[in-house]
Design a protein around this ligand. Structure first.
Ligand code: UDP
Length: 328
């Protein structure tokens, strides 16, 4: 039986990856320090014989007894408000954390895939973004702690691959959504849906002309799985190229939720990327992968999930802190 370590396992993506690898018949070792993750996302897996959980910070030395075939390094704060609240941990998990994972992969002769991101492209001047674009990142801006950690993570991963021969994969994920996103982490989709459910106006930052391209989580997980099983070690974009302005996105959420709330405009955060859309030609050719779930379907499933949350969960509003952290 193959054994896989998933870091960030209690997070949004990590928990879906745990589900997938259990389904593939593997033994899943889940690791999380629960700073931004939530055990609720994986509690359904605890009774399973082939699932175990380590409450551990990946930035500290990792010891896993026994054989290990795959490592998925998905631990990291992943929303702009998180980077602003916990910048040092964000840097550490993307540097010390990956160093530990790579050391473990080398020791165990395991194949490692790292969670990279469209943030490595920064506020891109090339559109859509192919893997060959090197990016436009402000290292000392509010997003620098995340963007540079992820860029360092790619660099050290390639170094272990070329110098030590560790089998590595790099997935550059674009905006992803689905059930188990944290409702109140400030990201746009949970922000809008949460506002609609609570009966608040939807807060569009700037004039809403900035674009994003949203991928449903099941599509992303499929892309990650295929990349891990491939023999390609350079970065691969996985995302949905269906691009939309944030203003139109707010209108879609208003329609979806049937809310009578309005759109209000707030100041655009510093270094907010103006446009983002993946060029997925490489993933199509290499992995025969492309997204299947249309936004209308994915949003419906996600909305149903959020509607099922408790009143306490719905009313815990972390994102109102945003202005405090969004220093210019
Ligand atoms: N955004 C918004 N209102 C919100 C939260 C976010 O208009 O309440 C905008 C944000 O400025 C950005 C886009 O939505 O342009 C996506 O933001 P998110 O934080 O989800 O992720 P990003 O892609 O910027 O990392």
């Amino acid at each position: 039986m193959k054994r896989v370590l998933i870091t960030g396992a209690a997070g949004f993506l990590g928990s879906h990856l745990c589900d997938r690898f259990i389904k593939e018949g593997m033994h899943v070792i889940a690791m999380d320090n629960l700073i931004t993750g939530d055990l609720k996302n994986i509690e359904h897996l605890f009774p399973l014989e082939h699932f175990e959980f380590y409450n551990q910070d990946v930035s500290k030395f990792i010891h896993i007894p026994g054989q290990l075939d795959y490592i998925l390094h998905f631990a990291s704060p992943a929303s702009p408000i998180d980077y602003l609240k916990i910048p040092i941990q964000t840097l550490k998990v993307g540097s010390l954390g990956i160093h530990n994972c790579l050391g473990l992969a080398k020791e165990k002769k395991a194949r490692l895939i790292i969670a990279s991101t469209s943030e490595v492209y920064g506020d891109p001047s090339v559109h859509p973004q192919p893997e060959s674009y090197w990016g436009n990142v402000n290292p000392v801006g509010p997003r620098g702690v995340y963007d540079e950690a992820k860029r360092f993570q790619e660099a050290i991963t390639m170094a272990y691959h070329t110098f030590h021969g560790v089998e590595t994969r790099i997935v550059r994920m674009f905006n992803t959504y689905g059930p188990r996103m944290r409702l109140n982490d400030g990201r746009v989709l949970p922000a809008f849906i949460g506002q609609a459910i609570r009966g608040e106006d939807l807060t569009v930052f700037g004039d809403g002309s900035q674009t994003r391209s949203f991928c449903y989580v099941d599509d992303l997980v499929e892309g990650i799985y295929r990349l891990l099983m491939s023999n390609y070690s350079a970065p691969v974009n996985i995302g949905n190229p269906d691009e939309i302005t944030i203003l139109d996105f707010a209108k879609e959420i208003i329609k979806l939720t049937n809310t009578t709330q309005k759109i209000v405009f707030k100041e655009l955060p510093q270094d907010d990327p103006k446009q983002r859309r993946p060029d997925i030609t490489l993933a199509q050719q290499l992995l025969n992968w492309e997204p299947k779930v249309h936004r209308s379907e994915g949003l419906r499933i996600t909305y149903d999930y959020f509607k099922g949350l408790t009143a306490d969960e719905l009313n815990k509003v972390e994102h109102k802190d945003f202005d405090k952290y969004n220093r210019k």
